[in-house]
Design a protein around this ligand. Structure first.
Ligand code: DP6
Length: 357
């Protein structure tokens, strides 16, 4: 926030007179589902991915985040879904805000409130939509104008998958090279499939908290899995094939790549020592149902992230019957359907929230 930023270091009567108005910027971002997964880093400090990835942004999974840089604060504050965040979450957000403060040339602390509007009990709380919304809201509040690409690079510093949630529709993430932070950014991919694609989200086990966070699990896989090297060799091939499928509007081809890629990612994690196994019995039952749906002529291909839930790539025409079939799988507790979502965006810019002086 430019005003507080300018005032933060100045002190004196000017500061006291003008600090009453604390502009608040609100932004929203949608979560995304990777069809070619990001699983492994080459640099933890800059959060640089070891390989590229490809995703679909989902309109049904939205995070809304409000940021106000307030010269009256001694420390950053973070409220998540109405509750004060845990110290580790606050520390991670604070480190991210430090990047925004550095770009703005300010030292002012911020008040952040973030809310996930995800389907009931989805268990899909997402760092992707969270850090994309935070990147947009915090830069807006700090008065830092960034290009969409630079916003994607910034969001990546918060969470790798967040770089993709800056954009709508299908999105490719470039790995970049070596230590070059600016080379690891996402960008949208136009495709005739954007209108047609749907994701059916089958929640397994009532959305219980996952046993291994994706960040630790991908590091552990990279460090110990004998299949990790094979995973890294596979990703560029899957990316090229997925992009060709998107260009051709070939949902079947895209789906086959997405399902194979997700299973390969999980194979690498399962082979880590000790193993990282996200699947529950209902995960396998849902995978079997997806294969049965395909055998019956439906468009249905599964993908799974760092948890037990199964997300099914399908078409607008087949989404309802696919969701109905998934609802019939024992252990699947909730199924929702999402179309492609739009880019992260500011909802309200620098609304003045007035404080009594
Ligand atoms: C399985 O983006 O959460 O969802 O960069 O450490 O925050 P960090 O990891 P994160 O990892 C996402 C892993 C995944 C696959 C994907 O979204 O590509």
């Amino acid at each position: 926030m430019r005003l507080a930023g300018l005032l933060a270091g100045t002190g004196g009567p000017l500061k006291r007179a003008m600090v009453d108005v604390v502009p608040t910027t609100t932004a929203r971002a949608c979560a995304n589902i990777a069809l070619v997964k990001y699983w492994g880093k080459r640099d933890a400090r800059l959060n640089l991915p070891a390989a590229g990835s490809l995703s679909l942004t989902l309109e049904a999974l939205v995070t809304t985040t409000q940021v106000a840089f307030d010269a009256g604060l001694a420390a950053d504050e973070l409220v998540l879904d109405g509750r004060a965040a845990a110290p580790a979450e606050l520390a991670r957000v604070s480190a991210f805000l430090d990047l925004v403060r550095a770009a703005a040339g300010i030292a002012t602390r911020a008040r952040v409130a973030s809310r996930n509007q995800f389907p009931t009990a989805s268990g899909l709380a997402s760092s992707a939509s969270g850090y994309a919304a935070l990147a947009v809201a915090a830069t807006g509040a700090a008065g830092v104008a960034l290009s969409p690409r630079a916003l994607s690079v910034l969001a990546r510093r918060g969470s790798g998958s967040a770089a993709r949630s800056v954009f709508g529709g299908f999105v490719r993430m470039h790995a970049g090279r070596d230590g070059d932070s600016d080379g690891a950014f996402a960008e949208p991919i136009a495709s005739p499939l954007t209108e047609r694609a749907r994701i059916a989200i089958a929640v397994v086990g009532g959305g219980v908290a996952k046993a291994h966070g994706s960040r630790d699990a991908m590091d552990h896989t990279a460090a110990t899995s004998p299949l990790y090297r094979a995973w890294l060799e596979l990703v560029p091939r899957d990316l090229a094939a997925a992009e060709a499928a998107l260009a051709a509007g070939d949902l079947e081809q895209l789906g086959a790549i997405a399902e194979g890629n997700a299973l390969a990612m999980h194979a690498s994690a399962i082979a880590a020592r000790p193993a990282v196994v996200y699947w529950q019995p209902a995960t396998l039952a849902a995978l079997a149902e997806v294969r049965a749906l395909r055998a019956a002529g439906r468009a249905a291909w599964a993908t799974i992230d760092a948890g037990p839930h199964v997300k099914v790539l399908t078409s607008a025409a087949d989404a309802q019957p696919v969701a109905a079939a998934l609802r019939g799988v024992a252990g699947v507790t909730d199924v929702s359907i999402s179309a492609a979502g739009g880019p992260a965006a500011i909802v309200t810019d620098r609304e003045g929230s007035h404080r009594a002086s």
